[in-house]
Design a protein around this ligand. Structure first.
Ligand code: UT7
Length: 324
């Protein structure tokens, strides 16, 4: 069987940062509360004219350079995002334009924070089936636009950024197992109800908190810990018949969630945490973490890596792979 693997990684975050101290001046919160409850110290915020596709293009260029391939080599661009530039054209098409990758198809994947793993799974399947040779998978978000800056329970959490990977056929290692899941019973706990086409932003809804992220933090926390633990067990078992892994790369939503999952699985020392610098960048958090792990030497060829994510919906997803 033909195997697909990640052969290049890249990331980009906008230069502007928002620290916990800055947030202390905006809402009733404290640096201490944010660090203790979430692990976050600062996050990056895009300038008003910058969209998710702009961040995605920069991350994509870095991933292509890392893979040593050009834009003309791409068959498909897959962008996982919860914050598309506009209703249409899709963010993926804006990225195709930005990269001048004229040969590539382009499609968005909407699965909130699990979107990157969903996209990686689709890319892997297309390559393994022999339908495509090279796919760019990007997670890109400008969540600062979907954030209610008057709601202290959510505005301290999120940040903007993008991460990208290049996927192609590989002779050794590569993608081994996936799980893509959803639980629609969770819609009430994490959502933004206004701003689509069922409930457009009308004058009377302009100031509605439902235009922004609404979250029941405790419920999301419980779902995240339980689901990620179970999902990691299943994908690792399917791939290798054991939980032995070299690196666990979880969606970065809260350091306490990651620590709890790591402890339950007995792999706390293998779990990557970089939320302190970026906050929760939704679909971008896993490819950003992969890029940092590779750059720091924490990710090396042959390593067993498990990706795990969850998000609004609820959605969840896991992947087991051997680093190429
Ligand atoms: O990508 C997925 C997106 N979301 C998540 O993964 C979020 C998952 N949930 C969480 O990470 C946590 O639930 C939070 C970080 C959101 C909240 O932490 P918590 O330990 O669950 O706190 P809580 O919601 O139970 O609130 C505890 C207290 C409350 O005050 P009272 O009722 O005890 O007086 C809140 O009002 O902390 C208060 N609080 C804050 N205080 C200072 C909530 N937000 C803040 C804040 N600063 N920013």
């Amino acid at each position: 069987m033909r195997h697909a693997g990640i052969v290049g990684v890249g990331m980009y975050v906008p230069p502007g940062t928002l620290t916990n101290r800055d947030l202390e001046r905006m809402v009733d919160t404290s640096d201490e509360w944010i660090r203790q409850r979430t692990g976050i110290e600062e996050r990056h915020i895009a300038d008003p004219e910058v969209g998710s596709s702009d961040l995605a293009v920069q991350a994509a260029k870095a991933a292509l350079a890392d893979a040593g391939c050009g834009t003309e080599d791409l068959d498909l661009i897959l962008v996982a995002t919860t914050t598309p530039d506009q209703p249409f054209p899709t963010t993926a098409v804006m990225v195709q334009k930005g990269l001048e990758a004229w040969r590539a198809g382009a499609v968005d994947v909407g699965a909130t924070c699990s979107g990157f793993i969903y996209g990686l799974s689709l890319a892997g399947a297309l390559i393994e089936a022999g339908r495509m040779e090279r796919v760019l998978v990007i997670g890109a978000e400008t969540l600062s636009r979907l954030t209610n800056w008057e709601d202290r329970s959510t505005c301290v959490l999120f940040g903007d950024g993008a991460g990208a990977v290049v996927v192609q056929a590989v002779s050794e290692g590569g993608l081994r197992a996936f799980e893509l899941g959803a639980d629609g019973r969770g819609t009430e706990f994490l959502n933004a109800w206004v701003g689509g086409f069922k409930r457009p932003v009308t004058a009377d809804l302009l100031d509605s908190p439902n235009r922004f992220i609404n979250m029941t933090g405790r419920e999301v926390f419980k779902f995240a810990v339980r689901t990620m633990e179970e999902s990691v067990r299943r994908v690792a078992d399917r791939a290798w018949g054991s939980l032995e892994m070299d690196l666990l790369v979880p969606h970065q939503a809260n350091a306490r969630i990651i620590e709890a999952v790591g402890q339950r699985l007995g792999v706390a020392d293998k779990a990557l945490i970089n939320i302190q610098r970026y906050g929760n960048t939704s679909a971008a958090s896993i490819p950003i973490a992969l890029t940092e792990a590779k750059a720091s030497g924490r990710l090396r060829p042959g390593m067993r890596v498990v990706l795990t994510g969850f998000g609004g919906g609820f959605t969840y997803a896991g992947a087991a792979l051997e680093w190429v």
